[in-house]
Write a protein that binds this ligand. Structure first.
Ligand code: AQP
Length: 330
């Protein structure tokens, strides 16, 4: 059984991109592997967060894990900040990573662009992400393709550590789904759909009501012309919508093209909205029940307990190899 680890930041309302690119795969993976799924709140604070909003969103992400179909009896669901080993190994990884490596990270460049003050945590984010993964000796890390660069740095850091201090850390493999790897913004197909985008019309939130979903899709930018044709190079906007349709309806893009041949964008968008609603509405219903029941606290506490057992073992071994004087008994 391979060990799988992944996380989602509670940095806004989760989007359809988070669902298709991440959560939906988590649900599949839990049946075949030992899974650890985190709400990565320590990562979320690398950009400013309102304390109340952070608390609410952290609980919301955890509840969405359950609502989307992750079974706490099969997978460990926990908050990153409930397992202190993340912050500690994150620091140790910061001492191993090079400035030049961090400077090359496109996520940092994108998130720092145009900002006057950028926290150092945003720059060292990949070191903490490496710690997240390495603590659990994860074999597979399911992420969207936007996270590929961070995965590569994690592999480099593990290799660097092993080379310097002896074989100890497992080299993880990315697990990037071919289709649906990246869902783009509804208002600009050159940018990925992001929960922290201040323009609400750029994303579909997993908790958007059916009417809001219909409105957002009807206003989604489309390329000139009217043909429903998948061609990301010349028709990026409609190709993104076709990709979303294919993902929601569980069919190929060719079948979507065929279904709407000669019909134009209007009927396509109407049907697309219904497909998205059909995917999200049942999740929203379960989400409401989960939030009302309060069951999430118990799930998170069990998840953190199990995660800590594994994480602390790795952290102790890393510290031993690096030459830290360990407390008696460790
Ligand atoms: N648009 C997307 N398409 C496909 N996958 C996506 N993911 C995010 N956006 C898309 C995947 O969701 C997982 C969790 O992401 P995250 O919350 O840790 O951070 P992120 O990738 O930076 O996601 P956002 O929504 O863009 O958050 P903000 O706006 O806070 O930065 C990852 O596996 C990611 O690949």
């Amino acid at each position: 059984m391979a060990r799988v680890l992944s996380g989602i930041q509670p940095s806004g309302n989760l989007t359809l991109g988070n669902y298709i690119g991440a959560m939906r795969n988590f649900v599949k993976l839990q049946h075949e592997h030992e899974c650890y799924f985190m709400v990565v709140d320590l990562h979320a604070v690398t950009v400013p967060q309102e304390p109340e909003a952070l608390r609410e969103q952290s609980e919301a992400v955890a509840a969405l894990f359950l609502a989307a179909g992750i079974d706490p009896l099969k997978a460990n669901i926990f908050l990153q900040s409930h397992v202190p080993a993340h912050a500690e190994l994150g620091w140790l990884m910061t001492t191993l990573v090079y400035m030049g490596e961090l400077e090359r990270m496109t996520q940092f460049k994108d998130k720092a662009a145009g900002k006057e003050a950028v926290g150092a945590g945003l720059f060292t984010y990949p070191a903490l992400m490496a710690a997240d993964i390495l603590l659990y000796e994860a074999d597979l890390v399911p992420v969207g393709d936007d996270q590929k660069q961070h995965l590569e740095i994690t592999r480099d850091l593990a290799q660097r550590f092993n080379h310097r201090f002896g074989d100890c850390l497992k080299i993880p493999q990315p697990y990037i789904p071919e289709v649906g790897a990246r869902i783009m913004s509804l208002d600009d197909a050159t940018k990925k759909m992001s929960k922290s985008n201040p323009v609400a019309g750029s994303y579909i939130a997993m908790l958007d009501s059916p009417d809001v979903i219909r409105k957002k899709i009807s206003r989604a930018v489309t390329d000139s012309g009217r043909e429903v044709k998948y061609d990301p190079a010349t028709k990026p906007e409609i190709s993104n919508l076709i990709g979303i349709f294919a993902q929601c309806a569980n069919i190929g893009v060719a079948e979507v093209e065929e279904r709407f041949a000669g019909l134009g964008y209007g009927p396509f968008k109407k049907e697309l909205a219904e497909q998205v609603v059909a995917v999200l509405e049942p999740i929203q219903q379960r989400y409401k029940e989960i939030r009302e029941s309060g069951e999430i606290y118990d799930v998170l506490s069990k998840g953190a307990f199990n995660a800590s057992q594994t994480a602390n073992r790795t952290l102790t071994e890393v510290k031993r190899r690096m030459g830290f004087l360990l407390p008696p008994g460790q």
